[in-house]
Design a protein around this ligand. Structure first.
Ligand code: ATP
Ligand code: MG
Length: 360
């Protein structure tokens, strides 16, 4: 039977999942409930700024101080640090604490941990920005298509074969851009098992080379192939591999276009067999390279240094495809010299690929 009249209320507060603490008029924390003790240690009458390792700016607008002054309740979002060094986002609420004679003894502070909500909020903002970025990319591509169609039409009207050919090239280029963007969006929007097939890796590389070679000429970039003739078969999802290579070559071309230091630009696509039988693809460029500060960010979801010309989907999707294959992607880069991306697909047999448990 619950005896509410004689209940020890501290035990009730101890059972709560949010932080509850009591602060005296000198702002010292004189008691904290179980979760408070777990994350911030024993109160030991330490001041709140010490216990929660608050920044000065947060103390400048102290809700506990204000509640002590006027007896009004207040709420505020704060960043605290636990005794293990973990940063938390909380909503703190201060309420006056009176004795039986209505004398203000201190302030009861409750804090609700909203760190995961904040994280989700950040991700939602990022998704919003990404969708806006994609819409922008699609708009740019549509404008490119529009321009190409205009040139083709005008060529047909004037019966000018060269104009038709030039316009058609622009249409094809933008069509390829659009289909790559759609593929990237599809790849990153769901988890999928690779559609393993026994393929000739060198012929996928050659397909990608054929796709980009004319465009490269237009930007005065040379693309060279260095294919290991011994690499005649591997079990890889051909669409996934095509997407990986197309993304790496597109990035390499962008890096060459943005490079202001060299007169001639070269991209080399290489294939090799690893000592463990893995299939290795390298895409090397002598473009602008990757700055030291950017190196840690290139694989981050939606990271781009290209403003509204990039979505940051390329390497995100590339890394996802490699992970799905149980492989890995790495790079080495020297700013203003160039970059080499290395994609390694582990060896697997077609039977193992079907059962889905080999090479992982
Ligand atoms: N070969 C490269 N040389 C220099 N920087 C590179 C290279 N490859 C990638 N990066 C850097 O990594 C970033 C992320 O690349 P990612 O392919 O994910 O996105 P993006 O190319 O910016 O956009 P999108 O792929 O949508 O066109 C690029 O913005 C660029 O800063
Ligand atoms: Mg890219």
């Amino acid at each position: 039977m619950l005896d509410v009249a004689n209940m020890d209320w501290r035990r009730l507060l101890d059972a709560l999942p949010c932080y509850v603490s009591l602060q005296d008029p000198e702002l010292r924390v004189i008691w904290g409930n179980t979760v408070h003790r777990r994350d911030f240690g024993e109160a030991k009458a330490r001041t709140c700024s010490k216990i929660y390792k608050l920044r000065k700016s947060q103390c400048a607008d102290c809700i506990v101080k204000k509640t002590l002054e006027d007896g009004e309740e207040r709420s505020k979002e704060l960043q605290l640090t636990t005794r293990n060094g973990e940063r938390l986002n909380v909503i703190a609420h201060s309420a006056p604490f009176y004795d039986a004679t209505n004398q203000l003894l201190g302030v009861v502070v409750t804090k609700v941990n909203i760190t995961s909500v904040k994280e989700m909020q950040k991700q939602l903002i990022m998704v919003g920005q990404t969708v806006a970025g994609m819409a922008h990319s699609i708009k740019n591509i549509m404008m490119g298509l529009d321009g190409g169609i205009y040139i083709v039409n005008s060529g047909i009207k004037d019966d000018d074969q060269k104009e038709i050919k030039d316009g058609w090239e622009i249409v094809l280029l933008n069509f390829e851009k659009l289909s790559r963007l759609v593929k990237d969006i599809l790849y990153c929007s769901r988890d999928r098992e690779p559609n393993y097939k026994l393929i000739n890796p060198n012929s996928v590389v050659t397909d990608v080379y054929n796709l980009f070679k004319d465009l490269a000429v237009r930007y005065s970039i040379e693309i060279k192939l260095d294919l290991d003739p011994g690499l005649d078969e591997a079990v890889i999802d051909p669409d996934g591999l095509h997407t990986v290579l197309a993304n790496l070559v597109t990035n390499a071309m962008d890096a060459c276009k943005m490079d202001l230091w060299k007169d001639t630009h070269l991209i080399e696509i290489r294939t090799k067999i690893g000592s463990d039988g893995s299939t290795i693809f390298e895409v090397a460029d002598n473009g602008m390279g990757i700055d030291k500060e950017l190196k840690h960010h290139v694989f981050e979801d939606f990271f781009t240094s290209k403003g509204d010309k990039g979505t940051g989907l390329g390497l995100m999707v590339t890394q996802k495809i490699l992970k799905e294959h149980g492989g890995e992607i790495t790079f080495r880069s020297r700013p203003s010299h160039g970059t080499t991306f290395v994609a390694i697909f582990p060896k697997r047999s077609i039977e193992g690929a079907k059962s889905g448990n080999e090479g992982r």
